[in-house]
Design a protein around this ligand. Structure first.
Ligand SMILES: Nc1nc2c(ncn2[C@@H]2O[C@H](COP(=O)(O)OP(=O)(O)O)[C@@H](O)[C@H]2O)c(=O)[nH]1
Ligand SMILES: [Mg+2]
Ligand SMILES: [Zn+2]
Length: 276
């Protein structure tokens, strides 16, 4: 189905596209030729801004990285890994701290402050009480988003809260993590003014994309800002003399925890790099 100015059009690929086997992805902008009112043929795919493998979405603008402090206590290393992946794929990142109903007042702020200082947009939500859902909806307006985050943080619950009546299955899906919805084809849900969200979460929770270790800091906004002032252009900000990043850690410029997690992921990228 293609959304056109006059309404939805049922489309099939034709001609050259059928021959080249080029796949239309959810989120693609396409050129269509109308055959009868309500029926049309896809003649070509316009250049994609971004292209994700998981979920297979074209033109996503933003990754919403869902995390929790309690139940489950999700790891900051996972959050930082997802931030790197989002930025690597060319997506904007929005950090969504869910289940704030389980936290004491002010608990969300302490958790999110280092990320806000690093320049990330954040929102604190509860899919259960509805707190922050209106703000989340605003952050989703006008763009295509995908959700990511560990199992149990409330991704399906947030989609249900954004789209009452959606009734995605939530809770424990069993050891394999396969629910009824994993077999359905992917959909973009309209959740706010021109705001679409993929109904299937994505991005890898386990591995970073392969890259030269020296590249990692480029996907770490507050490091990337300091790095030009390091003495050596090839500085990976671990123990090089004259490292501006190391000098800044623990200050308002660079959170100590964020720096330590950078070093963990740097080690990981180095080990992966050596295997080639
Ligand atoms: N207390 C609380 N529980 C939540 C919230 N959001 C989701 N849950 C619960 O957390 C569990 C996992 O939620 P689910 O949406 O399936 O997580 P997913 O694996 O990320 O899709 C379910 O039992 C939800 O009812 C929330 O904001 N507060
Ligand atoms: Mg789910
Ligand atoms: Zn450095």
């Amino acid at each position: 189905m293609v959304a056109a100015p006059g309404g939805l059009l049922e489309c099939r690929p034709r001609g050259r596209m059928r021959r080249t086997g080029e796949q239309v992805l959810v989120g693609d902008e396409v050129r269509v030729k109308v055959i009868t009112p309500g029926e049309a043929a896809i003649e070509g795919i316009l250049p994609r801004k971004t292209q994700l493998e998981r979920p297979p979405v074209a033109n996503a603008d933003q990754a919403v990285l869902v995390t929790t402090v309690r139940d489950p206590e999700s790891s900051l290393l996972t959050l930082d890994r997802l931030l790197v992946q989002a930025i690597y794929q060319g997506l904007a990142a929005l950090i969504c701290l869910n289940k704030v109903d389980l936290l004491a007042a002010g608990g969300a702020d302490g958790y999110l402050a280092p990320y806000r200082r690093a320049g990330f947009r954040t929102v604190a939500t509860s899919a259960t009480t509805g707190q922050g859902i209106a703000e989340l909806r605003q952050e989703l307006a006008g763009v295509i988003s995908v959700l990511a985050g560990e199992s149990g943080v409330g991704k399906s619950s947030l989609l249900n809260a954004l789209r009452p009546g959606l009734a995605l299955r939530t809770g424990n899906l069993g050891a394999t993590g396969r629910g009824r919805h994993t077999t359905r084809h992917l959909e973009l849900l309209e959740v706010s003014e021109h705001g679409l969200v993929a109904d299937t979460p994505g991005l890898s929770l386990v591995s970073l994309p392969a890259m030269p270790p020296g590249r990692l800091a480029a996907y770490w906004p507050e490091l990337a800002e300091l790095a030009p002032d390091c003495r050596f252009r090839t500085c990976v900000h671990r123990q090089e003399p004259g490292c501006r990043v190391r000098a800044a850690r623990g200050s308002g410029e660079l959170d100590q925890g964020r720096y330590e997690r950078y070093l963990s992921l740097l080690r990981e990228v180095e080990l992966a790099d050596r295997r080639y």
